[in-house]
Design a protein around this ligand. Structure first.
Ligand code: ADP
Length: 381
């Protein structure tokens, strides 16, 4: 809780008495002292929100007191009280950081208005400070989380590569003497290694996108060939789920675009894997590609569970999952579409979804054919 106390400093005892009583009548907590030294002692003992100090007092004057308060970085609104003859001093005090000044003799109403305004400012300033501290803390935690995730993923990648290499050698050795059961086990290991590798790669790319460090290397890409190859690589996923695949026709003459082929493959893999994941057995998933003058449009569609309109934007946010419960059927980490969107934006493109619950989904990706020369870096928006 911040202080709401007011400190009055003046060598005129009668004025101190009248002002203290008036402020207390209004419900304020007030202390009153007769000089600058006593004011400093009071400020050292307890917190005050507002100080009203006379400028001219025996010993330490109001200006010196103001300077000492400002130096000690105390978050106090200091107002100076002055006579008509020393208005220039009051203005000088404002320059030194005073909030306002009162000219003697002043109406009690003026004092009340200024006291209320200063208390409000003090409270607003305190709230802004704690909000700023909370945001800074949040940003720090977010940075630590990103760093942790990216370090752990890096650490995971090395043993994963060794397991994969060793497993390839083992499967070669067993090739001739294999049994159906061994083949099945080998398939399970391979399939899960691929899944794990893809999760780790996704997390690493996500961490890079968050830092604005993901780079694209642009080259000429035939999107139809790339899409057909990517879907082909995902065919075990389709057959396992019992979902029909619709690849773009091989002869679709849509021409080239300038893109990073590895990143486009990742866009397509994430979109198509999601489409299979959210489509029940017996459904279909496909990719259509249409060439336009300056752009190429790719649509990844499915006949699955669909997405309600209020979630069309949210699904692209990091960690968002329509069903966020731990009991949900489909696995996933909620970063796939955030990565897809980040990569599409790196390519100067746009992505949106057209869908309704129970009526399947269409993810539209619009990519410009031409990119600026060289590498491009991008982050998550
Ligand atoms: P996840 O790892 O959960 O799949 P994504 O970022 O790829 O994370 O997707 C976010 C959420 O968007 C999913 O959890 C799901 O609720 C929804 N979603 C994505 N693709 C589809 C789709 N084709 N059909 C229905 N819902 C989808």
């Amino acid at each position: 809780m911040s202080s709401k106390k007011i400190l009055l400093v003046d060598d005129e005892i009668i004025l101190l008495d009248v002002w203290s009583r008036a402020l207390r009548r209004e419900g304020h907590e007030v202390s009153a002292v007769e000089n600058g030294q006593l004011a400093l002692e009071a400020l050292a003992r307890e917190a005050f929100a507002v100080v009203f100090t006379d400028i001219h007092m025996p010993g330490m004057g109001g200006k010196e007191l103001l300077e000492l308060i400002k130096k000690s970085a105390q978050d106090v609104c200091v107002n100076v009280i002055t006579g008509a003859a020393s208005i220039a001093d009051a203005i000088e005090c404002m320059r030194l950081g005073a909030c306002d000044y009162l000219q003697k003799p002043c109406e009690l109403d003026e004092l009340m208005v200024l006291a209320r305004r200063c208390l409000r400012h003090h409270e607003e300033r305190r709230e802004r400070k704690s909000l700023y501290a909370a945001v800074t803390r949040y940003e720090e935690l977010d940075r630590l989380r990103s760093e942790f995730v990216s370090n752990v993923s890096h650490e995971l990648r090395t043993p994963l590569f060794s397991i994969q290499g060793a497993f390839d050698l083992l499967s070669d050795a067993f090739k001739n003497g294999g049994s159906p059961q061994n083949d099945r086990l080998a398939w399970v290991v391979r399939h899960n290694l691929e899944r794990l590798t893809s999760i780790v790669n996704n997390i690493l790319d996500f961490a890079k996108l968050e830092k604005g460090a993901l780079k694209s290397s642009f080259q000429k890409v035939d999107l139809v060939i790339l899409a057909r190859e990517t879907l082909e690589a995902l065919s075990p996923l389709f057959s396992q789920k019992g979902v029909e695949m619709h690849s773009p026709a091989p002869n679709a003459a849509i021409g080239w675009l300038s893109a990073d082929p590895g990143q486009l493959r990742q866009v397509l893999t994430n979109l198509a894997a999601n489409a299979v994941k959210f489509t029940p057995a017996g459904g279909c998933v496909g990719v259509d590609i249409n060439g336009k003058d300056q752009e190429i449009e790719m649509v990844v569609w499915d006949s699955g569970i669909g997405i309600a309109p209020e979630n069309h934007q949210k699904v692209f946010e990091r960690f968002y999952q329509v069903d966020g419960s731990l009991t949900r059927e489909a696995g996933g980490s909620g970063i796939g579409l955030a990565i897809v969107k980040g990569i599409v934006q790196l390519h100067g493109g746009k992505i949106w979804v057209e869908s309704a619950l129970g009526q399947g989904s269409k993810f539209h990706v619009l990519l410009p054919r031409q990119q600026g020369a060289g590498e491009k870096k991008g982050g998550l928006l």
